[in-house]
Design a protein around this ligand. Structure first.
Ligand code: CP
Length: 286
């Protein structure tokens, strides 16, 4: 069977723990484990981190990348279907990293692909490799544990695919509780985990939060709203809490908070490479 990664549902807990432990061991070091392997980065939506992170991970592991980072410069503009683009690239490489603006695009691609498809974000669907690095950031900070945490998610919870995927994952580990903070029109519209609380006022829930997961408002998906957490609010978090953000950041977190040891968003980016190196090995060498 082809080991596609389409959703967090494809990631079993023991697979993840093993991946995170291997990432901790390798710490992004260069190796030749993926020598002679080729992936295609096929991006129908803009990306800075995910496309570059896969690129960096592949190169660090001795492999090669075909970069189609902007389909405007590909035959997609001539009317080529997603399916034919996938069939074509599958002839040339060992795996395809696909970002698309349509929910379900990765699944559609997997139906016609002879090589593994890795979902790098499908509309407001899922973003499972972001969840791998987000989970790793939590696992690494809380001494290899991802249980019994109060996780506060704030921002555009309706459109944020990283939130959707991360909640799915954290809800599988025991003892976690969730606070969802957003205005009414951007509410999390998935099934809520059992231990959930919803509010529009972040000041209600900062106390006792272990992980504050901040997301931007997705204007490209029609959301209109701006917000900025204040230094006072961020400073009121417990000293051992962490502040995460999948980035890009717009106004949500003041730059002056970046030097606070609780700010983990640049670590997340670094950990993305560590984790994707191991993920690519697991997918391409299977
Ligand atoms: N976190 C994330 O998906 O960032 P990019 O959109 O830059 O890839």
């Amino acid at each position: 069977m082809i080991p596609h990664l389409l959703s967090v549902d494809d990631l079993k807990e023991d697979f993840l723990i093993d991946l995170w432990d291997e990432a901790l061991k390798n710490k992004g070091k260069n190796n030749k484990n993926l020598k002679n392997k080729i992936i295609t980065n096929l991006f129908y939506e803009p990306s800075t981190r995910t496309s570059s992170s896969f690129y960096s991970a592949m190169i660090r592991s001795g492999g090669t990348v075909i970069p189609i980072n902007n389909v405007k410069f590909s035959s997609v503009t001539k009317g080529e279907s997603l399916e034919d683009t996938i069939r074509t690239m599958a002839c040339m490489c060992d795996g395809i990293v696909l970002r698309h603006d349509q929910i379900g695009a990765a699944k559609k691609a997997s139906a016609v692909s002879s090589v593994p498809i890795i979902n790098a974000g499908d509309g407001n669907g899922e973003h499972p490799t972001q969840t791998i690095l987000d989970g790793f950031t939590i696992y690494n900070h809380f001494n290899k544990s991802i249980n019994n945490l109060k996780i506060t998610m704030v921002g555009d919870l309706k459109n944020g695919r990283t939130v959707k995927s991360l909640v799915k994952l954290l809800n599988r580990f025991s003892g976690n509780s969730f606070c969802f903070v957003s205005p009414e029109e951007l509410k999390f519209n998935e099934k809520l985990p059992i231990n959930s609380y919803e509010t529009a006022d972040i000041n209600e829930v900062l106390n006792g939060t272990n992980v504050l997961y901040v997301t931007r408002v997705q204007k490209e998906r029609g959301s209109i709203y701006d917000y900025e957490l204040s230094m006072e609010q961020l400073n009121s978090l417990p000293k051992d809490a962490i502040v995460m953000h999948p980035f890009p950041r717009v106004t949500e977190i003041p730059v002056s908070f970046d030097s606070d040891p609780r700010a983990k968003y640049f670590d997340q980016i670094k950990f993305g490479i560590w984790c994707r190196q191991i993920l690519l090995e697991k997918v391409l060498l299977k």
